[in-house]
Write a protein that binds this ligand. Structure first.
Ligand SMILES: [Ca+2]
Ligand SMILES: [Ca+2]
Ligand SMILES: [Ca+2]
Length: 150
């Protein structure tokens, strides 16, 4: 069911990307915190396992409970397309990768974010996770020649 929960994981960034060739994601800690606030739908300061489904539900265009690669990438445009390709491979983490992100992948990915393995992802864990994702994939989301700041 599609609701007005249109805060995709990168909604804030995708919105900008419509008008810009270049997206500045630094400082990463602020970007990560921004993503957290857009993903903590009930605003309780925790990113619950169910909220991972909420984040992705609008990508599931044909409502079969899993996100196909093309469904995910359909929502992403340059300059974040290459980054999104990598992100989808990260999300499709349950072996073997099958080109779909479903609950098995979500379970595993959620455990990956849950640094202290207490079954709940708090804002620190979420931010820590996304900072390393942003750092590790810098080449995919940053142009080789960043614009010169005045
Ligand atoms: Ca929450
Ligand atoms: Ca999968
Ligand atoms: Ca935790």
């Amino acid at each position: 069911m599609v609701t007005m929960k249109s805060c995709f994981l990168f909604a804030c960034i995708i919105g900008l990307s419509l008008a810009q060739d270049y997206i500045e994601l630094r400082p990463y800690n602020l970007t990560a915190l921004n993503i957290f606030h857009n993903s903590d739908f009930n605003g309780n300061g925790q990113f619950e396992r169910s909220e991972l489904n909420d984040v992705f539900q609008n990508y599931d265009v044909n409502h079969d409970g899993r996100i196909a690669r093309h469904e995910y990438l359909h929502f992403v445009s340059q300059p974040l397309y290459n980054f999104a390709v990598i992100l989808f491979e990260d999300y499709d983490c349950a072996p073997p990768p099958d080109g779909f992100v479903d609950d098995v992948d979500f379970d595993l990915y959620y455990k990956l974010m849950d640094g202290n393995q207490d079954g709940m992802v708090d804002s620190d864990e979420f931010v820590h996770h996304w900072i390393s994702v942003l750092e590790n994939n810098e080449a995919a989301h940053s142009p080789s020649q960043p614009p010169v700041m005045p």
